[in-house]
Design a binder for this molecule. Structure first.
Ligand SMILES: NC(=O)c1ccc[n+]([C@@H]2O[C@H](COP(=O)([O-])OP(=O)(O)OC[C@H]3O[C@@H](n4cnc5c(N)ncnc54)[C@H](O)[C@@H]3O)[C@@H](O)[C@H]2O)c1
Length: 348
């Protein structure tokens, strides 16, 4: 029997979920219904993906009463994630929601409370965690291959700035870097360092010619509870060579360097993932990476299914994701206040 999903939000990324992430695991996962609030996008999804009228809805309420499902996959905008998740959980469905989980920690906690009350699992799609380079980096640090970790430098560079001002809806997003994109990098830091962040200092570094309404380039210093300090430079308008989506990572250890990149994006799957190590006097040595037959978003779906079957929570259980959301909140606060902000992770 396959795992049955209702899929909500068939915009750009939702369509990509269907064509790549869900298509890869079509032998194990079936979408029984799609929900898209905007009629033209609903029709496009029907036409491109072949869903019938009986499987297609403009609101979740109708889908929940009309088709069978084990879980609801949410790929709509962040402001809608938790209200949809709460409705799904109250209807007895587990939930896998895109990042960022919620617009605020308070909203996330309310949804986690509903998850407890209903016994339905709430998982966040932090898909970068299911890529081979990250898994290898965690392993190298855990095994102390180059001794203890001293500091980490992360660079993320993209150029999404070709359209004139006002002509790319992304320019108008709240916190396009610090929330929408960097939540991946904050979450990766927590995964790789194996602990929580305790403070952050952010300086906006947008040039005067930025077409973005909100912070699109920033430099941050993040301090973790194990004493490691991460320096982070991110930009949506970097004229330097673009990085892959996970960014370029340099992890300075007692006996040498671990460098890592991941998530090339587009059709490349895990191809661009790479980890190298170099002792202080040696040369870079590429490391063999684990082979993952299923990776990224698809692995996240199977992780939720495993959680349901075994009762062992996913690493991306909403409760565990609060630490990443807390970095987002503190980063936004620091960018505005200009001072170091503590990162407070509430008990869920
Ligand atoms: N993990 C990643 O690598 C990654 C990459 C891109 C986007 N995302 C995330 O995916 C989500 C969607 O991004 P996008 O770029 O596709 O956004 P989008 O705005 O292009 O698409 C969202 C779609 O959801 C629909 N929608 C809005 N409210 C709805 C509701 N209540 N019910 C049903 N449909 C509704 C909209 O009509 C739209 O078609 C965001 O949370 C974004 O952060 C994640």
């Amino acid at each position: 029997m396959t795992f049955k999903l209702i899929h909500v939000g068939l915009g750009g990324w939702g369509m990509d979920w269907e064509r790549t992430a869900l298509a890869t695991i079509a032998d194990r996962v079936t979408v029984t219904g799609i929900v898209e609030a905007w009629q033209p996008n609903l029709e496009r999804a029907q036409e491109v993906l072949g869903y019938t009228d009986a499987q297609s809805f403009t609101n979740l309420t109708d889908a929940l009463t009309s088709v069978e499902a084990d879980a609801v996959l949410i790929t709509s905008p962040p402001a809608t994630h938790m209200s949809l998740a709460v409705e799904a959980m109250r209807a007895g469905k587990h939930v896998l929601s895109e990042k960022p989980m919620a617009s605020s920690i308070a909203e996330a906690r309310e949804a986690i409370q509903v998850s407890r009350e209903t016994g339905m699992h709430l998982q966040i799609s932090q898909n970068y965690r299911y890529y081979p380079a990250l898994i290898k980096a965690v392993e190298l640090l855990r095994d102390g291959v180059l001794g203890g970790l001293a500091r980490v430098n992360v660079d993320f560079r993209q150029w999404v700035h070709d359209a004139p001002a006002g002509e790319n809806p992304y320019y108008d997003l709240d916190h396009p870097l610090l929330s929408d994109m960097a939540i991946h990098h904050w979450d990766m830091m927590r995964m790789i360092l194996g602990c929580e962040a305790e403070s952050i200092y952010v300086q906006r570094s947008d040039p005067s010619w930025s077409n973005y309404r909100d912070v699109a380039s920033a430099t941050a210093i993040v301090t973790f509870t194990n004493g490691v300090v991460v320096s982070y430079r991110g930009s949506w308008m970097s004229s330097d060579t673009p990085t892959f989506w996970a960014g370029e990572w340099k992890m300075e250890c007692e006996d040498g360097l671990i460098s890592m990149t991941s998530r090339q994006g587009g059709p490349f799957g895990t191809q661009g993932d790479a980890v190298s190590i170099r002792t202080r006097s040696g040369v870079m040595q590429p490391q063999p990476l684990p082979h993952l037959p299923v990776w990224g978003r698809s692995a996240g779906v199977l992780d939720l299914q495993r959680w349901i079957e075994t009762g062992e929570p996913s690493q991306n259980a909403a409760e565990r994701n609060l630490g990443s959301l807390a970095i987002v909140e503190a980063a936004i606060k620091s960018a505005a206040s200009g001072v170091v902000e503590p990162i407070r992770i509430p008990r869920a």
